[in-house]
Design a protein around this ligand. Sequence first.
Ligand code: PMP
Length: 304
Amino acid sequence: MSIKEVEKIWMDGNLVDWKDAKIHVLTHALHYGSGVFEGLRCYNTSKGPAIFRLNEHINRLYNSAKIYFMEIPFSKKEISDAIKNLIRANKLKECYIRPIAFRGYGEMGLNPLNSKVNVSIAVWPWGTYLGEDGLKNGIRVKISSYQRISPNSIPPSAKSTGNYINSILAKVESLKPGYDEAIMLDNRGFVSEGPGENIFLVKNGKVYTPPKHASILPGITRASVIKIANDSGYNVAETDLTRGDLYKADEVFFTGTAAELTPIREIDEIEIGKPGPITKSLQKSFFKITKGEDNRYDFWLDMV
Ligand code: PMP
């Protein structure tokens, strides 16, 4: 998916022109995956552009950094303000937002502790990750032969750049034979998540999602959908699930900032079916909330 360029990028406190937002080839993170990042979305509401769950994303960024002994040289407020200023500077109403803190140039070798930490933020218009058609009609997925990274290899709960080489292997393995996306199992063989999405299933009117100990990134969309489902009267169980549970499910869907709430219509050639009633209802509620049309959830929106 090519990037739609906008005017400015925020780098270490300054707004620079998009084409000048460059780093050295000996940047530590390029070689060793020593970066942490976030993905957020800004939605256009009737009151203006609003960022969905900004504080939760910023907190996760700082928690990811903590695991890697990385001190982000800006306060949470400075980063939050920088995101808003950048959206205003680029005159965007809706966009994807990508802050990243990474070990920079100056030291090589595996000890990252003496490398300085650089921070940048980019924003650009980005449609739904798994496609508009997928959002409406559902996607086809494949359970990956690649196992999800596990807590004692690389902590899945930190959103680090290095994690995504695991996701990339699974993604490409699913794309080559023509699927849209992968599902990964954890090191125990239970369902974990997609390469960049959490997963939910519906069976007999109940909603299920893998628990935090199933090597997932605890998604902010996941947490939001759990709350929306509970508020709408659907019981959500965070429990270990097997691939058999997926195959037998009435409905299955992915959640994520990029993927939003994307239904899954087929897994490993087994038909799950068209997006079902609970998936459609949760998707509808989610988009109403992100667009500021349900004031019970206004506290999730940060006006730009
Ligand atoms: N799992 C992984 C591995 C991800 O990269 C993402 C996207 N950040 C998610 C789940 C979903 O998280 P969120 O809803 O916070 O975007």
